[in-house]
Ligand binder design. Sequence first.
Ligand code: NAD
Ligand code: T46
Length: 319
Amino acid sequence: MKILVTGGAGFIGSNFIRYQLKNYDDQIINVDKLSYAGNLDNLKDVENNSNYQFRQLDICDQEKIDHLMHQGIDYIVNFAAESHVDRSIDDPSVFVKTNVEGTQSLLDLALKFGVKKFVQISTDEVYGSLGSEGKFKEDSPLNPSSPYSASKAAADLLVKAYAKTYQLPVNITRSSNNFGPYQYPEKLIPLFIINALNNRKLPLYGDGSNIRDWIYVKDHCRAVDLVMRRGENGQTYNIGASNEKSNLEITKKILELLSKSELLIKHVEDRKGHDYRYAVDSSKIKDQLGWEAEYDYDRAMQITLNWYLDHKDWWKKLL
Ligand SMILES: NC(=O)c1ccc[n+]([C@@H]2O[C@H](COP(=O)([O-])OP(=O)(O)OC[C@H]3O[C@@H](n4cnc5c(N)ncnc54)[C@H](O)[C@@H]3O)[C@@H](O)[C@H]2O)c1
Ligand SMILES: Cc1cn([C@H]2C[C@H](O)[C@@H](COP(=O)(O)OP(=O)(O)O[C@H]3O[C@H](C)C(=O)[C@H](O)[C@H]3O)O2)c(=O)[nH]c1=O
């Protein structure tokens, strides 16, 4: 089988490609434009694998990807995106270009070449913010807050429209916050680990009470793999590990594991439109596909921390 993975040089995409090459004999074609977040060092260990090819392309470039599709692609898994909420607040336009127009362009190609499945990697942020009670289910209304989450919600609606209008076989996955190896150090966990290692301040937005539902990236990749191979056409699956933590808890955990002082915490101005809480109900993927998270939070945090300690050369190039 041939799987076109977009955004495979980023954090989750590179972990997904490594998972595929380790567990299957399928061919992987990684299409990534190498934005600031795309990094071929993330795949150094597999770059010579005979089942792996890389093409530096923008997902919006339909002509070039059309050419690639003639290889005969079975699955498209669309990880490519602008992914950082703070950047979307500063400059939304590239988020609409890549996340909305890029997805629509890929959907056209999926239809033209009759792929077995188009898998859209979405996010729990499309549901908007929760108060202190409840969890998002797949049929919760879409109510995005940031330009990032609005662009991801728009892409989800296009995917659903192509399924309904043209009977394109699709799945949408909506994961909660990921952490683990190869995450670009603009996101909370890698940024705070690296700042703490360098004895720099950790800029905690507002009072640090906002809550995210954390999942180790390898558990997310295993779930996406199951959805791609066995997910029922047209279905959306939430993916979460039921690890709700406030940002302050995460921050204190990082400082404790690194034996650093809490005096490094610096409360700064809150993010504009900051969603208070995300939490997903993952019972559908558990019941239908038998998926469950394997990594508990403490173990996954320790592994992640060790990875950043052992890979200083990787992140020093990005600072
Ligand atoms: N990080 C999370 O916690 C999280 C949670 C849920 C869903 N997601 C979704 O998962 C996907 C991957 O997220 P991530 O954290 O790995 O992001 P990332 O920013 O680390 O990686 C994104 C990748 O997409 C590439 N890319 C960007 N624009 C492109 C374009 N126009 N054409 C081709 N490639 C392009 C980048 O070069 C990069 O390699 C995104 O769709 C994101 O919305 C992320
Ligand atoms: C970078 C940073 C963040 N924060 C706070 C803001 C959030 O409440 C929390 C996590 O922020 P981060 O930007 O790492 O992630 P989210 O904004 O929750 O979004 C992430 O998870 C979803 C599911 C995706 O879909 C996004 O792609 C992914 O980036 O920490 C701070 O307090 N200080 C900081 O310097």
